[in-house]
Design a binder for this molecule. Structure first.
Ligand code: PLP
Length: 360
């Protein structure tokens, strides 16, 4: 049966993530707190009035209007998808079929996997040096030489966590003759965005999600902000009715409580800085600065460190198989008490010399 499928599909791997129960879950860069109960009570009243038998509108107009006001853009500069992953797929589908897609690894894996599914050649310009710096000159050179159909950049970058300068990003966007997708999934934590400059760059597509800063990974909602002409083309690629009426109601409710989410984000940033300072004290790991809600670090042996944390009921993410991320692990920032368990476990391992070698 396998040969009934296209070569690219046969050669790819399905996205997998093992589920664990009774665990401190620090593996998916989620907010550690759920939508508060009092917001849910209000929300459920609205959901009760929703006619489940009716299709939603093709575009979630109430959400579109509200978000456009908040972002100070026109409603027709916004397009929604069920998760920003789906928008990544739509962007590839719309621009690059058996063409070339430029990425700067190590970065978010879905850019490459989606581009490959349509037979695109992946052009890579790796981040530079030990601290994953933005390879501006090399990106400019490759854009001119290779003339890719699409370019993905991520700021702050995932899974490295670092922030690139807006000047450097701007230069690259201006050089590109293709769409440049700037994934700002974690922009609420870095408090930086190229959105104020969008008018200057007709080829810029900003990608955002409700999964991180709004803690709504479960409702699956992402969106792009771009010039109207770009949105008009992308609309043709996304399937009609892909935003459920339930999702729209939840997102509109979340937007009403922005002050609450800003407070949550500030708590996470404070915690991230605390966890970073504690990790930096450990001699057996190398820790990378972060402008997000996660921290990447390199252990002497990633597998040993991962498994030891798991024994202490702490689940983080192993990135050691990614090119450029040898022995790297990523921990999401959780509740203070969860972070304490993680830090304590890491300190204990160091004391025991356990993160040092797999051969002991
Ligand atoms: C950089 C980046 N972009 C996009 C996504 C996808 O987000 P979602 O599909 O939940 O909107 C993620 C999820 O982890 C991410 O880290």
């Amino acid at each position: 049966m396998k040969n009934l499928f296209r070569r690219e599909i046969r050669q790819s791997k399905a996205y997998e993530l093992k589920a664990f129960s009774r665990i401190i879950k620090l593996n998916q860069n989620e907010l550690p707190t759920d939508f508060p109960q009092e917001f849910k009570t209000e929300l459920f009243k609205k959901l009760q009035k929703l006619e489940f038998n009716r299709y939603p509108l093709i575009q979630p107009l109430t959400l579109q209007k509200k978000l456009a006001q908040d972002l100070k853009v026109e409603p027709n500069q916004l397009l929604f998808s069920n998760g920003s992953n789906v928008m990544i797929q739509a962007l590839v589908l719309a621009t690059a079929n058996r063409g070339k897609v430029l990425i700067a690894p190590p970065t978010f894996g879905v850019y490459e996997s989606e581009a490959k599914l349509l037979g695109n050649k992946i052009i890579t310009v790796p981040l530079e040096g030990k601290t994953f710096q933005f390879p501006k000159q090399k990106l400019i050179k490759k854009l001119k030489e290779e003339k890719p159909n699409l370019c993905f950049l991520c700021n702050p970058n995932a899974p490295t966590g670092n922030l690139f300068s807006r000047e450097d990003l701007s230069e690259v966007i201006q050089t590109a003759k293709c769409l440049v997708v700037l994934d700002e999934a974690y922009c609420q934590f870095s408090k930086e965005s190229l959105l104020p400059d969008l008018e200057k760059y007709p080829n810029l597509v900003i990608l955002r999600t409700f999964s991180k800063g709004f803690g709504l990974g479960g409702i699956r909602l992402g969106y792009t902000i771009a010039h109207e002409q770009i949105i008009d083309q992308l609309k043709k690629v996304l399937l009609p009715f892909c935003i459920s009426a339930v999702t729209e109601i939840i997102a509109v409710e979340a937007l009403k409580h922005q002050k609450y989410f800003k407070r949550q984000i500030d708590i996470i940033i404070k915690e991230r800085n605390r966890v970073y300072q504690e990790l930096e004290k450990l001699e057996s790991i190398e820790c990378f600065p972060s402008s997000t809600n996660f921290i990447l670090f390199r252990a002497k042996d990633a597998k040993v460190c991962f498994n030891l944390l798991l024994k202490h009921h702490v689940l983080i993410r192993d990135f050691s198989h990614y090119p450029g991320l040898r022995n790297c692990l990523r921990v999401s920032i959780g509740l203070p008490k969860e972070n304490d368990v993680f830090i304590k476990a890491m300190k204990n391992f160091e004391k025991l010399g356990k993160v040092i070698s797999i051969d002991e």
